[in-house]
Write a protein that binds this ligand. Sequence first.
Ligand code: 4AD
Ligand code: MG
Length: 477
Amino acid sequence: MKLSTVAKLLSQDQTQVEIETKGWVRTFRAKRFIALNDGSTINNIQCVIDFENTDEAILKRITTGAAVHIKGTLEESQGKGQSVEVKVTTIEILGDSDPEEYPIQPKKHSFEFLRENAHLRTRTNTFSAVMRLRSSLSFAIHKYFNENGFYYMHTPIITGSDAEGAGEMFRVSNLDSKNPALTENGDIDYSQDFFGKETNLTVSGQLEAETYAMSLGKVYTFGPTFRAENSNTSRHLSEFWMIEPEVAFMDLAGNMDLAEDFMKSVLSYILEHNKEDLEFLEQRLVQEDKSKPQAERSDMTLIEKLKFVVDNNFKRVSYTEAIDILRNCKPNKKKKFKYLINEWGADLQSEHERFLVEKHFKCPVILFDYPADIKAFYMRLNDDGKTVRAMDILFPGIGEIVGGAQREERLDVLKEKMAAINIDEKELWWYLDLRKYGTAVHSGFGLGFERLVMFATGMSNIRDVIPFPRTPQNAEF
Ligand code: 4AD
Ligand code: MG
């Protein structure tokens, strides 16, 4: 007989049929009722044992966490809470659990505890729902780009260019750490290292993606990126996944349109395809909200929030306008911000971004035309000589979720900007070549995948939306 998933059984109309399924026991009560889950859905199927005709030794082995193989008949359920159930004819224990030691007991666990048991945490409803949504979002991202004429490009993970300036890097080396080769000056001699030069894990695939945009037209990357910053926040990982589209002949306005359409599309996809998981996570948040003071409770449910983003325009605001709003806002005047906004040119902290999105505009915001001094060298300089064609997208509850720009396509301007921050032209000779041979306006952005998953699931800590988080002082598993 063909094995059925729990999802398939639960959605099957025809009852009184023989079925066969495998999964893990979530609970076993009254020596009769197994709640079985196999990961195919948030819902368990109830499997009813005829305990009088089942060996006592087998009954003892049906414990939370055990893997079982069940054969039986699918029947209309007598009990509440499910439409069908399985009347078990045979049960085989595939893998025993240990009811005393098994960490995932059928009770509420703290997220901290589950992080320490990240290898088992997807056996809970919350984490299985989050990870199914993560998978769905990845698929929706590839689908969007595929349907819109983009090519998927794999940018290198080990990079030899350390000039991107997006963050601190992790070195990749196989030199003997106790006794590394040294130069005459006593510095580490990377010419004797594996690649004959200093190499690092990439912080972004953007510069390489630009090379492909300038030949294939529309490309995107979706891969892991690494940052060695010591940021122990609920929104930073040392290893995270980033989606980076890059498009030739597209300016900043086109970049904003693309980002907005793309984000709405992937969120619509999960609203359509992951209803049960979203409903479960929504209920979890409703319960969590009840224990919070009134002022901190959210005014929209998770699904309302997602629909709101899909159905409303993102507000487009220049950095200069944003600074005016921030300078004159209550928390700034009353010195409630940790970093007060005094003048144009100030870098925005997450407290400012969240004020703009959550308190002032109450919708996703695209900030653009930032001061050149606080943004990367490759962003296109505006005619005012002091701002660049940068854009950041800010989301409620998250802050910055996307960072991007129209790229500087003029060779002379790019060289000047590199010289000003001491980037050696030899280091990025290939990047400059793009401006020498057939240069053109082009733009792109980076979406932090885990921040998107946080928004989509309502999870408040980024460590809970990636299977095995890497953060400072933590690389277990
Ligand atoms: O703003 P960032 O640093 O932009 C870039 O790397 C550009 N090269 C992207 C491009 O234009 N192609 O990073 C982009 C996004 C951020 O907006 C944020 O969502 C996410 O990546 N991000 C992080 N996510 C988790 N942990 C971290 N440490 C992150 N740093 C950035
Ligand atoms: Mg950024």
